[in-house]
Write a protein that binds this ligand. Structure first.
Ligand code: GDP
Ligand code: ZN
Length: 315
């Protein structure tokens, strides 16, 4: 049987086979799938082969993993050199952000975008709480819309509260596996509740945002979107929720690689005087020239410098 991992709890996996049946899957005893630095060999989104366990209608042995198109990992909380694969085979990453209550910083957005680029996952920005926009936020939204669209990132405005823009976002999700992320307070739980009315996730008010212990589970989980009146043979839209992952950290990126993850800098690759140019103080830097003549937005360059600086540090 062929199936997809919907949930991983360490040693057990919830696997959905192509006929829609859910299985409790486990790996064969000495089955090694990944390099030893990964603390979990299988992740949500992985496609696997499995065989029913004799005499049990619910459990199955996972015998094979298919090649991954992409995956997102992060450092293990307990061991700096170990990686934890969060999710695999992702079609798109939805970055939920807000301009107000709370305000998402551009630094946060750009780190998220760099991470998506590094993992080869197309990123989409969803601006939630559009109902709160006044003149100041409208201005900021227009500016960011221009800046991010110019470098190829789709951007949507929506409000879970009023329903504005939600239909367009639902269309965006059809037939795709989408990873949802965003920092605390942007409305992730509210958004998921709107998409999955049967689920009733706990949302929290302003006072809860900084509360410790709110996001304690770290296991990602995938959910099929309610499939209304769509042809049976198209896969449903699926969402991967990553509770506890406020931000996927930038792992495994060298300073030298970073500009490759800024699309507007990537197109200038090889045009600097020095081929190891970090686009800081080097002479003959095409990236800095592009910042000066307006081909690169100065705020994006500032983000680049901040991220570059942070890459030198050990967390
Ligand atoms: P999470 O931390 O990202 O899961 O955020 P929650 O879903 O718990 O939402 C945080 C707060 O923002 C709650 O009080 C929600 O009711 C509120 N909220 C969510 N979406 C919207 C929206 O579109 N507009 C407004 N005004 N408030 C929202
Ligand atoms: Zn340069």
């Amino acid at each position: 049987m062929t199936g997809k991992i919907y949930k991983s709890t360490g040693s057990w996996y919830v696997v959905k086979t192509t006929d829609g049946k859910l299985w409790n899957g486990r790996l064969k005893g000495i089955f090694k799938l990944d390099d030893i630095t990964s603390t979990n060999p299988l992740a949500v989104g992985d496609d696997v082969e499995l065989e029913p366990e004799p005499g049990d209608a619910q459990t199955a042995i996972i015998t094979e993993i298919h090649d991954r198109r992409n995956y997102i990992n992060r450092q293990s909380p307990s061991h700096r050199l170990h990686h934890h694969i969060v999710a695999a085979n992702i079609d798109q990453s939805l970055l939920l952000v807000t301009l107000k209550e709370p305000r998402t910083s551009q630094g946060f957005i750009d780190r998220g975008l760099v991470t998506c680029e590094a993992y080869h996952v197309p990123a989409i920005l969803l601006f939630n709480k559009a109902d709160l926009y006044r003149a100041k936020e409208e201005e900021k939204f227009a500016a960011w819309q221009e800046m991010y669209s110019a470098i190829g990132y789709p951007l949507f405005r929506m409000s879970v509260q009023t329903g504005e823009g939600l239909d367009a976002v639902r269309t965006l999700l059809q037939g795709k596996i989408s990873l949802l992320s965003g920092h605390s307070g942007v409305g992730k739980s509210s958004f998921l509740n709107a998409l999955f009315p049967a689920m009733h996730r706990k949302t929290h008010g302003v006072s809860g945002w900084s509360g410790k212990g709110i996001h304690t589970t770290t296991f990602a989980e995938m959910f099929d979107l309610p499939d209304e009146g769509r042809p049976g043979d198209t896969p449903p839209g699926r969402i991967i929720d990553t509770p506890g992952m406020r931000e996927f950290g930038i792992v495994d990126i060298s300073k030298q690689e970073l500009s490759g993850y800024f699309p507007e800098m990537r197109v200038l690759a090889g045009q600097c005087q020095f081929n190891n140019c970090l686009h800081m103080e080097e002479p003959g830097c095409e990236v800095k020239k592009a910042v000066r003549d307006g081909r690169i937005h100065p705020d994006r360059y500032v983000s680049y410098c901040h991220i570059l600086d942070s890459l030198g540090k050990v967390y």
